[in-house]
Design a protein around this ligand. Sequence first.
Ligand code: ZN
Length: 283
Amino acid sequence: MLDLVKGIDAADRYPVDVEALIIDYSRNVWPGDPVLEIVSEELEGFEGALVPVREKGGWLIISNSAARDGRRRFTVAHEVGHYLLHRHLLPPDGIRCKADSVGRAAGQDIEKEADEFAATLLMPSHDLRRQIDPKAKPTLDELGALADRYGVSLTAAVLRWLRHTERRSVMVVSTEGFALWGRSSEAAFKTGRYFKTSGEPLEIPATSGAAQPHLVDECRAGIAHPAGVWFDEEVEEFTVHAAAFDQAITLLHLGEARPRWSMPVEEVEPDVVDRFASLKRIR
Ligand SMILES: [Zn+2]
């Protein structure tokens, strides 16, 4: 619809102005139950919220004011997803979404659906494929340009790209030498290349760029690692150290490999729950 209204190549097609869009759209389609206002506030422990405003007959969307613009845009789009898909299912005081259930497409049920909605609205598949070929091996700089186009965080753009690529690639977010969470492309997951981050703290390799913040240029240009560093195979690593968050975002490109089907189901972690779903489909 936005392609039709704006034009597929219009200069103002991206980033999507989610706030103006939902205010306008909901007023027209559900005049008795619209999104009335979108505000940014301090939200202790939460990233976003969708709250009914009974006296006015409508809804309020709140995003965490501590987050950066790209992250806030995704959060608002996630709450718009709740408004469109779930507002009739919510408890009387609405819904508050925790930081780790917004943006990682790893939450359960309605959180996962709201994330899927947000990612699809902000970074539609047809446009993403025009920007980066599914067979291409982008650097983090190139994925950063994608993040700028869509007005989202780098991690949101990398996650979306991982869903579309035909390559074996893995993202891992770490802090002070330990992995916080990770995500694999489908091709990487099928060959057993993913990180388990929900158990014991997972130490990242000492010789990796992610563990060596001073290697800024090397991390940006790409580091070729032999087998035995990240995985039991050669890996090309790109890492960005986000000093403001004390976090490193790492993208690992692996070579071609045959799928490995013997992965035990109980090893599958929530971080990779959507990959599990695709594995079941193939079986
Ligand atoms: Zn949510």
